[in-house]
Design a protein around this ligand. Sequence first.
Ligand SMILES: Nc1ncnc2c1ncn2[C@@H]1O[C@H](COP(=O)(O)OP(=O)(O)O)[C@@H](O)[C@H]1O
Ligand SMILES: O=C(O)C1=C[C@@H](OP(=O)(O)O)[C@@H](O)[C@H](O)C1
Ligand SMILES: [Mg+2]
Length: 182
Amino acid sequence: MIKAPNIILVGPMGAGKTTIGRLISQSMDKDFYDLDKVIEDNAGADIPWIFEREGEDGFRKRETQALASVAQSDKGDSVLATGGGIVMREENRDILRENALVVYLYASVAQQLYRTSKSTHRPLLQTGDPKATLKKLFEVRDPLYREVATLVIETDSRHPRSVANKVLDAIKRHLKEETTTS
Ligand SMILES: Nc1ncnc2c1ncn2[C@@H]1O[C@H](COP(=O)(O)OP(=O)(O)O)[C@@H](O)[C@H]1O
Ligand SMILES: O=C(O)C1=C[C@@H](OP(=O)(O)O)[C@@H](O)[C@H](O)C1
Ligand SMILES: [Mg+2]
């Protein structure tokens, strides 16, 4: 078992945060939280409903509350998969940097599109041109993911299990380097 701080996954819709987060939490014997699920449980409603009734602004308020409560309550024992928009608020970026080892799961816009195309539970992609939306979001958010992340993992040509192994290896290497340099 690896000893590690809380792990937080960031990245665009379809990067695999929810899927990979669950896999690495099992390998590290840590609790797994998906922030979207925490928001839904707190609201007693699903994300499309929240966007419809409260707009994106209402969703973002709930997202910040959920992040603060999860990131600050668990000390070193959890893996948290965030939603793709978590980096949009500066206060969220501060919480991410202060409370965990942040891993950016990188996926190209083509892969994001492919992996999100089969589901309808992402309100921001229920537009006529989801590819253009993903591209626009990526241009704004990619620098912000890089700003908060310590590790960046490329996911395009990899099966989820192989991405999870790559993340686990990178975390191990990082923690070893930290121990030898401190
Ligand atoms: N490395 C991967 N290769 C192929 N498909 C993937 C990969 N990672 C995730 N997926 C698939 O892509 C879809 C979106 O993954 P998900 O974990 O929900 O992404 P996110 O939480 O980042 O939006 C799911 O159907 C998942 O099985
Ligand atoms: O990118 C975004 O702004 C969003 C990403 C979604 O999560 P995933 O990244 O897990 O799909 C979810 O939080 C919501 O639909 C908004
Ligand atoms: Mg997700």
